[in-house]
Design a protein around this ligand. Structure first.
Ligand code: IMP
Length: 192
């Protein structure tokens, strides 16, 4: 079964395909066609995920899966949240901004969120799920794996940051893998 993955972030597409491979399901994710350029103007992860999915569906009229993800920090009232990708110009500057905003704050609980929306060939929402990965924000970046905020995200019940986990280890626990496992379970059920 082919599903269009409504994302232009290659790292995420790679992560998702790795997770699918490790589970061993017959679902193949393919990139959206040229011209896919959704305006992410929703106010929640769920809304943005739907906007992306529906935009890709309009271009393909087939099964589409979209995700919208980001980092939410309790002490910052959930920020950067849906602005995670736009919080500053580069990943390093985004990390710098977060660390600055948390300067002097000891309560540093945070979580990554990933909202997934699956749209069927009729253009209806077939399934949606929001996966979460809990942790906290450390004071200095550590690790070189992953992407985005991984180097400052200390994984709950672990002494390592997300960027110090191997790809396989991240894929066991990440917000994206939690959401994706639910979507794949659902797809498996309806394609049986
Ligand atoms: P999206 O592409 O609109 O889902 O925005 C995701 C943004 O949230 C990325 O650009 C990252 O800054 C951040 N983000 C989402 N998932 C992760 C992750 O697994 N690790 C680190 N940062 C992430």
């Amino acid at each position: 079964m082919k599903v269009v993955l409504a994302s232009s972030n290659k790292h995420k597409v790679q992560e998702i395909n790795d997770i699918v491979k490790s589970i061993g399901l017959g679902v193949e994710f393919v990139l959206p066609p040229e011209g896919f350029d959704p305006e992410e103007n929703g106010t929640t992860f769920e809304e943005n995920s739907y906007i992306k999915a529906y935009e890709a569906w309009k271009l393909t009229k087939t099964w589409v899966l979209a995700d919208d993800s980001g980092l939410c920090i309790d002490a910052l009232g959930g920020k950067p949240g849906i602005f995670s990708a736009r919080y500053a110009e580069t990943p390093a500057l985004r990390i710098e901004r977060v660390l600055k905003e948390l300067n002097g704050i000891e309560e540093r609980k945070a979580h990554f969120t990933c909202a997934m929306t699956l749209i069927n060939p009729q253009g209806e929402v077939e399934y949606k799920y929001q996966g979460i990965c809990e942790g906290s924000i450390i004071k200095e970046a550590r690790g070189t794996n992953g992407f985005g905020y991984d180097p400052i995200f200390l994984v709950k019940d672990d002494s390592r940051t997300m960027a110090e986990l191997s790809e396989d280890e991240k894929n066991q626990i990440s917000h994206r893998s939690v959401a994706l496992r639910h979507v794949l379970e659902y797809l498996q059920k309806i394609t049986k």
